[in-house]
Design a binder for this molecule. Structure first.
Ligand code: SF4
Length: 407
């Protein structure tokens, strides 16, 4: 057995070549025929979906962890529910990242290499950069200069591939804030672990996609048992779908509140909505902008919370607190606008190269789309342009929208 990695925490890194004796039979068949392992798989899945952590203490040793992991991968492929898949990938990757904080550099590098990253640890001549940080413990906000050592390195292309989806919106992970030399980027331990966590998450999703589950009756019985145990976490058909026609009856549904017509959302918000509906894992910047957008339309905290319930790292208490903050119900009491298009383009959140018609902020674009649609509807019914349509290019944007680049 290879030494070094404790596979109890990192079963996704175990290959058939390293553990041939565990793969003499398909792990999912083995697990489905053992009442002990079967029960462990069910308890693990329930806990991961409920708490978003991988409870490795339920497993006796690394062999058990690997067997149950590969059985879970097969089950997830058969169930094929994105919300469940992402939540399980989140639980494994988050727990692994916590464990990695206590590991030495050779274990971090070994795990990264096992997962296909060309990672190295630099002992001598690692780049060092002075950084300024504020000591929050001191009342007088003391500035401290520290020397940061960037001892972990991976090829810049691998880094960009990993960071570009969710991390790049945060300056902490921006390549511009790290030494890059000879095709490699240099990172400190904290950022390296976060990047590794992202890679673990992606690896688990890929392993699910590539799985080839059995069709044996024992295995299919196990799948049914899993479904009945975790049914409450599975994606339910949306109860929010409202008829497009009904929605367009009026642009406003109540005091200062816009209708939400999914078909008319600008591409950036539509992309986030689709991702959230399918259990995707948008970045913090994407979540902030979507919540701010919904808040500006007039949705309340509970309604916005509904949209985030499918995210793999959902924690109602934290999410509610953050939404209340964005809606101006806490802290500075400032109700936030979504960022303007220029900002969303430079942070990679805008999925198109051109500019949407109607304004320079997603909210302004959405209002424009509503007005144009209402105009079309009115014209179809009466043969005349509506007031909304006539004024659609120049109509009312509030001062906050203008400040945010609304017009
Ligand atoms: S141009 Fe603006 S409104 Fe349109 S998709 Fe991009 S960020 Fe969204």
């Amino acid at each position: 057995m290879p030494v070094g990695l404790n596979y109890t925490y990192y079963p996704f890194a175990a290959s058939q070549r390293d553990f041939p004796y565990l793969f003499l039979e398909k792990p999912s068949i083995l697990v489905s025929t053992s009442s002990d392992l079967r029960e462990k798989l069910l308890s693990l899945l329930e806990k991961m979906l409920k708490e978003g952590v991988f409870p490795h203490d339920l497993l006796k040793d690394s062999d058990e962890s690997i067997l149950v992991y590969y059985a879970i991968i097969d089950v997830l492929k058969t169930i094929n529910d994105n919300r469940i898949i992402n939540r399980v990938a989140y639980a494994y990757s988050k727990t692994a990242a916590e464990q990695l904080k206590n590991e030495k550099s050779d274990i971090l590098i070994l795990l990264a290499k096992k997962l296909g990253l060309n990672a190295e640890y630099v002992l001598k001549d690692a780049p060092e950069i002075p950084i300024v940080r504020i000591d929050m413990k001191k009342k007088s906000r003391k500035y401290i200069v520290e020397i940061a050592r960037y001892q972990y390195t991976i090829p810049i292309l691998q880094y960009l591939e990993l960071a570009s989806k969710r991390l790049i919106h945060d300056p902490l992970y921006s390549p511009i804030n790290h030494p890059v030399w000879s095709g490699r980027i240099y990172l400190d331990k904290e950022v390296f672990i976060r990047v590794l966590e992202e890679h673990i998450y992606n690896t688990i999703i890929r392993q699910v996609m590539e799985a080839e589950p059995s069709s044996s009756s024992e295995y299919l019985e196990l799948v049914e048992e899993v479904k009945s145990r975790i049914g409450e976490y599975m994606t339910k058909p949306s109860t929010r779908a409202v008829e497009y026609k009904e929605k367009l009856e009026s642009m406003y549904v109540g005091e200062g509140r816009l209708v939400l017509v999914e078909e008319l959302l600008p591409p950036c918000m539509k992309k986030m909505l689709e991702s959230l509906k399918t259990g995707g894992n948008p970045s913090h910047a994407e979540r902030f902008n979507f919540a701010a957008f919904l808040g500006q339309i007039g949705l309340d905290v509970d309604e916005i919370l509904e949209y985030f319930k499918n995210t793999p790292d959902f924690n109602e208490k934290i999410a509610r607190y953050q939404i209340e903050h964005i809606l101006g119900l806490r802290g500075s009491k400032k109700k936030y606008m979504p960022h303007n298009c220029e900002n969303l383009k430079s942070s990679g959140i805008c999925p198109i190269t051109e500019q949407c018609k109607g304004g320079k902020n997603p909210l302004a674009v959405y209002k424009y789309n509503l007005r144009v649609s209402l105009g079309r509807k009115h014209r179809k019914q009466t043969g005349k342009p509506s007031i909304n349509e006539e004024t659609s290019e120049t109509s009312e944007l509030n001062s906050e929208e203008r400040a945010a680049g609304g017009i």
